[in-house]
Design a protein. Sequence first.
Lengths: 96, 491
Amino acid sequence: MALTADEVRHIARLARVALSEDEVERMREQLSGILDQFAVLNDIDTEGVPPTAQSLDLANVERADEPRPSASTADVLANAPRREDDYIRVRAVLDT
Amino acid sequence: MPDIDLDVTAHEHATRLRAGDYSARALAEATLVRVRAQEPALNAYITLTEERALAQAEAADVRLRAGDGGPLTGVPIAVKDLLCTSGVRTTAGSHMLETFVPFYDATVVERLDAAGAVTVGKTNLDEFAMGSSTEFSAFGPTHNPWALDRVPGGSSGGSAATVAARGVPLAIGTDTGGSIRQPAALCGILGLKPTYGRVSRFGVVAFASSLEQVGPFGRDAEDVARLLGVIAGPDERDATTAPLPVPDYTADFGRGLAGLRVGVPQQFLERGLGPGVREAVEEAIGVFEREGAIVDRRVTLPSADAALAVYYLIAPSEASANLARYDGVKYGFSFRDGSSVEEEMAETRSRGFGSEVKRRIMLGTYALSAGYYDAYYLKAQKVRTTITREFEAAFADHDLILTPTAPTTAFRLGEKLADPYAMYLNDLFTIPANIGGNPAISVPCGFAEGLPVGLHLIAPHFREGVLLRAAHAYGSLTDWHTRRPHGIPAS
């Protein structure tokens, strides 16, 4: 299945990945080639077959809801690229 | 400094440490000297953790002197740089996390520490564990100790290379589609992917959460069994760990191969194999037969041929969700010179991720996007059910499924970089076990054109013991796992 350059740009936007025009073309070729290989799935009849999300026989795993120490603010903020006091600084997301 | 033979197994080191032949500190120092000497040739490590290793070794010596040592106390180990280590940077092989320093240990790292293991470093990997050659690391490729112009396999290539080169006797890897077993095969050592849910994933940088497991590398079955025994077991911080006790994985050693019902699906032996691979695997099958295993070549896994497609839909889909967290805000690389929030995020991700990671994020985003979800992602999940049922049917009357681990021996650096799908084909035989959640092991079974070949055994859920019993029996009848790569500085 051949993707168009516009489809590649749309996916890149959804994935929040900036691509140069060269990368769009390379990605278009490579992803189209990989998608072609997925046609093999159509040969398998899955009528009435439920999907599997994970292979364990576990459901609704719970544990006691007990208070315990959590991570310190200093530890959590240690890797933040932009800080201000005890906050992570981000750009404004709304126009003012 | 005492004369220490660094080529011995972990259990041999443990015996000698307990006997007081040498101290854990002396062993750690000698190990670091050898690992450093090998690094220019191998590039197996992203970060060496000398300080941590020496502190752990001194603590191990205290325990050993008190007679309180376990099987790993004082034994050097390397850990894939995908597992968080408190105070030691954890890069996932990515520019995105080049300076990321976690404030907690992964559960597996915590258990190694509690067992007294000595962590000498964080090993190289394909970025975010996405790859089969370790060439997609932002820190340069790792080289195969058997031939330095060849890849060690991947994604846990650094762990496999340093164990094969006798740098350390043990290492930790992760396996999402073959990332422990394929490099084990290409480097001539043992590597085991546990049953999904057997080992905690807490503190492991997430790639494809429904497929990946942490597991051991070693140079004999006993070492792999002992290391698995230390890292396995339930963890309340990972709700996908199974609430099952951890057995003694060496319990069935000595039972041999007699009576084991081994299924050999012919489809995995009949096409696409590199020169010498089939011959080595057939010879191994002969050993199983001579020792009284019941080999059945009529077993089939008809849908296993579609496992590769299932994997390359499910894994990138999960990856695209897991890697959405890398937005340049909370931690990791951050591009700050854009004119909008969206531009900064898109540039952060464009510059922070390498080409293969971006390719898989794009693939997964596409497979999950409106209009394509049913045709790709949902279809893949249904075929996953079909493959799982075929495994269950095969295991109704077999103890093991036997295949080659990888279609070829180690290929040359750069050989498959330009063709993503050719690279994906490396995982053809290993992926079905991840799809079904089954445990599987790769065991050295010979050489083709001077390069190691791996024998792949798959078992029913939570039957790691039968894998290790077979690996131990096979290893006592053959000496492939004892061969030492030539051309590696011995220090």
